[in-house]
Design a protein around this ligand. Sequence first.
Ligand code: ADP
Ligand code: MG
Length: 703
Amino acid sequence: MSEIMNVEEIFGKNVFTLGKMKERLPKDAFKEVKKVMDQGGELSMETANVVAKAMKDWAVENGATHYTHWFQPLTGITAEKHDAFVTHPDESGKMITEFSGKELIKGEPDASSFPSGGLRATFEARGYTAWDITSPAFLKEAATGAILCIPTAFCSYTGESLDKKTPLLRSMEAVSKQALRIVRLFGNTGATKVTASVGPEQEYFLIDEKYYKQRSDLMFAGRTLFGAPAPKGQEMEDHYFGVIRERVGAYMKDLNEELWKLGVTAKTQHNEVAPAQHELAPIYETANIAVDHNQIVMETMKRVAVKHGMRCLLHEKPYAGVNGSGKHDNWSITTDNGVNLLDPGETPNDNIQFLLVLACIMKAVDVHADLLRQSAADVGNDHRLGANEAPPAIISMFLGEQLEDVVKQLVETGNAESCLEGGKLQTGVSTLPDLVKDATDRNRTSPFAFTGNKFEFRMVGSADSIAGPNTTLNAIVAEAFCEAADILEKADNFEVAVHDLIKEYMTKHQRIIFNGNGYSDEWVVEAEKRGLPNIKSMIEAASTLTSEKAVALFEKFGIYTKAELESREEIIYETYAKTINIEALTMIDMAGKQIIPAVVKYSKVLADTINSVKAAGGDASVQTELLKTVSKKLGAMQKALNKLEKEEAKGRAMTDAKAQAFFYKDTVRTIMEELRTPADELEMIVDKEIWPIPTYGELMFEV
Ligand code: ADP
Ligand code: MG
């Protein structure tokens, strides 16, 4: 047996938790920290110095030599620049490590190379990092040694946000403030804050490092750009929830241990639908911490895989023809006196506060369906949303039988007198208990589903940061709450007013509810009839950020300025063009240097065979046919390759980011397909010994 792992002992070992702060800080300092955490405001420099020293001492005791302001630039991943705790030695040559409050609170990385979408001219390239006191510092153990990571926000000299964290924090404050107005209307005077909670389920693929290193597409683009389907895919449904293979099990065990040490509540693990695809879900937590932790999860998944001779692929679509990876973003809002605003209770029809919240969310999602869809857009996710895979690019809401019935009653009669019971599920076996059936049954095809006491936003891509989706969710719900509160606070008769408002919102926005099969073609037609947007790609969704409606929303609640939105739109075009450019160049390289030469070699083998067979007086007709087919497909490949080289160069030379992005989508990507198709057909024909890259079978089944 291997060493016994004690979860209670290792959990949070590498985190400077509230508990550790309490132990190490003088009472007054701790009180001040706690106050700023709960209510906002700033630490005095004196206290900041005390906290910094305690944090450093703890870090150094645990082997840290450096600290970093850990932040989340608009690349979607995290950034860090390490500084040692080293100071000037004294006269005797002795050095005492130091870390000041100033260094803790504010950093000035020379971070001029991060995308800023024009927000920052280079002459004022300075970016500042500011400590997010609500997310705990942690120690990252890597080959560099232990590094003290301080979660921070990243802003420009003029205060514009250059990261994903700042708008998220702003949106959390907005939804808290507006939700408080709602609960106050219902007599909840005890709550002082409403917190958005998030639980992201992370999907990923594992692959043997040996094969990974033989595929430049995986190394450069994170996905396969060529590859014929393996004889077996996911059709047997034998991988989903299947027994976890030993090698993957060992990986999961290590991954959990690393995550627990970092205070991430890794909870659920299982095999996913596609071969070599898996999932990890933590327990939900406050939105900004969940965002930080999801970044840690993705990073740790990759790091631990390398230790196990594997690689972890977070791309939304590493392989054509099998399931891609997403990230279900579970979201709810709860008051600090313990009321989950999304908890319907036993009889939702009587729960007026819940019905108002639900009506507001229906309105928010309907009015801003375009923004919500945009929030889940990234380059890889274009292969899932609206492509041949679900979830669809159309935003709709699933409520389940019970709530749908309540909404229907409210819309039709203005009253919801009854509610469908969950009922019992009879197992029919006397020794098994009968189970209480959930009244909110599941619909796996809905992009935005109510699941008991939370909404599950299922569109998000596996590689993407969840900061964006949650910022948008908080923002749109804050707006709906605000508009409802504006009306209700002024109402003479609250009972009547709230009743009317719920009915009005639900009636007006019921088109957003869809309980059917979201993957079907009928739904696309039906959604169009209902006037719901169907935005097919990341770059088509980008301009929703700067629509009048979006600017008004985000500026009203101080989440993004117009300039910040414009910069983000610009970055989307840049990111898209750069990503497709890398993919195109990788294809050119693989086709020209690996695949075409291999096919040429195979043609020679065939030609030689034909000659020898003929010379021996045999019948070489099959070989001749084969050679003809191979030559034809080779010709198609060469033609597409030439075309791709030409158009890629054209695309690269373009200077307008938006035009360039659309050129890559409409022209370059089409040619990439033209190059891939004959190559994949050739893979099915050419001798395996000659084929230069590992096959889908090897990539997916030899983990
Ligand atoms: P599944 O959707 O796969 O059935 P679960 O219902 O167990 O999974 O939950 C998935 C995720 O949702 C987990 O991360 C869980 O912690 C999170 N979650 C559960 N309740 C809430 C809530 N009230 N708010 C936000 N997230 C939640
Ligand atoms: Mg789920």
